[in-house]
Design a protein around this ligand. Structure first.
Ligand code: AVJ
Length: 319
């Protein structure tokens, strides 16, 4: 999907405009999935997590609940917990409740309204925990707050968001995270498992059409923020599991030939032409451990229900 390079530094203010123009003038057309999460998109994603077909959130929450004590033992006393792409704090609250000795929580997210709200609510509920939100795109380099200097570090990357990366970019990200977290760091990471295609297809193409609205909201966001004139009724949601590539692909399909204006540019669509908006890679327990090992992390434990996996890893920097 996206040819974007992780960790490239660039001015943040026009990144959306630049990525949209680059993506819609590329062939095949594509848009980076990280832009799904404006305020409306973050709300739609929360609705997805409650859908009967979308099992990952329910499975991961149940695993965190069931194995909270085991996970807590992997977090050293007075450690800082750094969450990548935090969104809702529903999952980390389970870890924090089970690990009273955690000293600091650092949520890192670009969805700014949600980041501030969730951090405040968590701080209210845990007055002795140091909560230090960092507003950053975690797919690029960012600085850890000086407030956690000297603390042991454990990364938390739930939701199978790692699946949005191409496998080689996932390895780059894992290595980068290890280098940033430093010697002795741990990582607790949620990874969706390869499974029956029908279950995967349904999870990304739900009967109520919420995932379709989530996908189409990306076009609405481009209209809102970049003054484009995309006609949402001219596009439809398509999502399917590609068994060969071990990934869900999501697209927006142009229903007819159409010409649109985006940020002063003219973009033409053929009937049936698609914008590739997301990949969501799936792994086996073994294929993910192999990826992690190659990126400098050694496996410590894995908790699974057969649908989803929560891996605990230790940074070695080798591999
Ligand atoms: C947030 C990237 C983990 O891939 O399952 C859900 C996003 N897209 N339904 C996923 C998503 C469509 C989700 N991640």
């Amino acid at each position: 999907m996206t040819a974007q390079t992780a960790f490239r530094s660039a001015p943040a203010d026009n990144a959306f405009l630049r990525d949209v123009v680059a993506g819609l003038t590329a062939r095949p057309k594509r848009l980076p999935p990280k832009y799904f999460y404006d305020e409306a998109g973050a709300r739609l994603f929360e609705a997805i997590t409650a859908l009967p077909e979308y099992y990952p959130t329910r499975c991961e929450l149940a695993l965190l609940d069931a194995y909270a004590a085991d996970l807590a033992r992997l977090i050293p006393p007075d450690a800082a917990l750094i969450e990548f792409g935090s969104g809702s704090t529903r999952k980390v609250r389970i870890l924090i409740a089970a690990t009273p000795a955690i000293a600091a929580y650092v949520p890192v997210d670009i969805s700014t309204e949600m980041l501030a709200q969730e951090a405040q609510a968590l701080q209210r509920d845990h007055p002795r925990l140091m909560v230090v939100p960092v507003e950053a795109d975690f797919t690029r380099a960012f600085a850890l707050p000086t407030a956690i200097a000297g603390m042991a570090r454990v990364g938390f990357f739930p939701g199978s968001t790692i699946g949005n990366f191409e496998p080689s970019d996932a390895a780059d990200f894992l290595r980068h995270a290890g280098n940033m977290l430093g010697a002795g760091a741990g990582l607790i990471i949620g990874v969706d498992l390869i499974k029956d295609k029908a279950l995967l297809d349904a999870a990304y193409d739900d009967a109520a059409g919420v995932t379709a609205r989530f996908n189409l909201n990306l076009l609405a966001r481009i209209n809102r923020e970049l003054g484009a004139d995309l006609d949402l009724s001219g596009f439809e949601h398509r999502a399917f599991y590609d068994v060969e590539r071990c990934r869900i692909e999501m697209h927006l399909v142009s229903r007819r030939p159409q010409r649109v204006r985006v940020a002063g540019r003219t973009i033409d669509f053929r009937a049936g032409e698609t914008i590739h908006t997301e990949n969501s890679y799936k792994y086996t327990l073994e294929s993910f451990v192999a990826l992690a090992r190659a990126a400098g992390w050694s496996p410590v434990a894995v908790f699974t229900d057969g649908m989803f996996a929560v891996h605990a890893l230790r940074w070695t920097g080798e591999g």
